[in-house]
Ligand binder design. Structure first.
Ligand SMILES: [Zn+2]
Ligand SMILES: [Zn+2]
Length: 188
C-alpha cells in the first residue's frame, strides 16, 4: 500500500532532477516557436536554463546572451505556468531582437506585440506575479522534515507522501515514513 502511495509522488515530479542547468527540451520547443515565426537566426542562438538563483522572479531574459532563465519553483505549479513564463521571457528577447540597436522598454509596445505573436496576447503579469497569484491558491504548505523543502499544494494531501529527493538520497528511492511530508500551514 505504501509503495503505491510513494510511486504516486515519484511520478508527480519526475523531472525533479532536470531542474538545473540547460533544458534541451524547452530549448527545442523555443526554437520551433521561433522557426514558426521565421526567426531562424534567433532560433539558432537561444538557450533555456533553470536557474535556482532566481528568487522571486519567475524568469529572466538576457538578450546579450540570448538566454532565458526559469525559476525551478515554477515546477511546483503546472506545465501551463512554465509555458507561459517561457513565452513571456521569449517575448523580451523577440522584442529586442526586432528592435535591433534601438533600446526597448521592458514591457512596452514591442514586448506586447511579441506576446501576441507568441500566443500570449493577454499577458499582463510582471515577472513576479505568477507566484503571488499562486500564493492565494496554494493553501496548504507541506514540509519535508529532513531537508525542509516546501511543497505548496492547493488541496490537502490525504495520502502518505514522502519527499522524493530524500527518499532517493537516503533510502534507495523507496518510501520511508521518516521523510513523510508534514503540514506546516493551512491558510483559510
Ligand atoms: Zn517581463
Ligand atoms: Zn526531503
Amino acid at each position: 500500500m505504501l509503495l503505491l502511495k510513494q510511486l504516486e509522488f515519484t511520478f508527480e515530479r519526475s523531472t525533479i532532477d532536470q531542474r538545473a542547468g540547460r533544458d534541451v527540451d524547452l530549448e527545442l520547443k523555443t526554437r520551433e516557436i521561433l522557426h514558426s515565426l521565421g526567426l531562424a537566426r534567433l532560433a539558432r542562438l537561444v538557450r533555456v536554463e533553470w536557474n535556482s538563483r532566481l528568487q522571486t522572479a519567475a524568469g529572466r531574459a538576457d538578450f546579450r546572451e540570448k538566454l532565458i532563465s526559469l525559476n525551478p519553483r515554477l515546477c511546483d505549479y503546472d506545465e501551463s505556468e512554465i509555458d507561459r513564463t517561457l513565452r513571456h521571457e521569449l517575448a523580451h528577447l523577440l522584442a529586442q531582437f526586432r528592435a535591433g540597436r534601438r533600446r526597448v522598454s521592458p514591457h512596452g509596445p514591442e514586448w506586447r506585440d511579441a506576446c501576441c505573436d507568441l500566443g500570449i496576447g493577454d499577458e499582463v503579469r510582471c515577472h513576479n506575479l505568477p507566484f503571488l497569484i499562486s500564493e492565494r491558491t496554494r493553501r496548504f504548505i507541506y514540509k519535508c522534515p529532513s531537508c525542509a523543502r516546501e511543497f505548496p499544494r492547493v488541496r490537502r494531501i490525504r495520502r502518505a507522501v514522502a519527499c522524493l529527493r530524500c527518499c532517493r538520497a537516503h533510502n534507495g528511492g523507496e518510501f520511508n515514513a521518516r521523510f513523510r511530508l508534514q503540514l506546516v500551514t493551512a491558510a483559510s
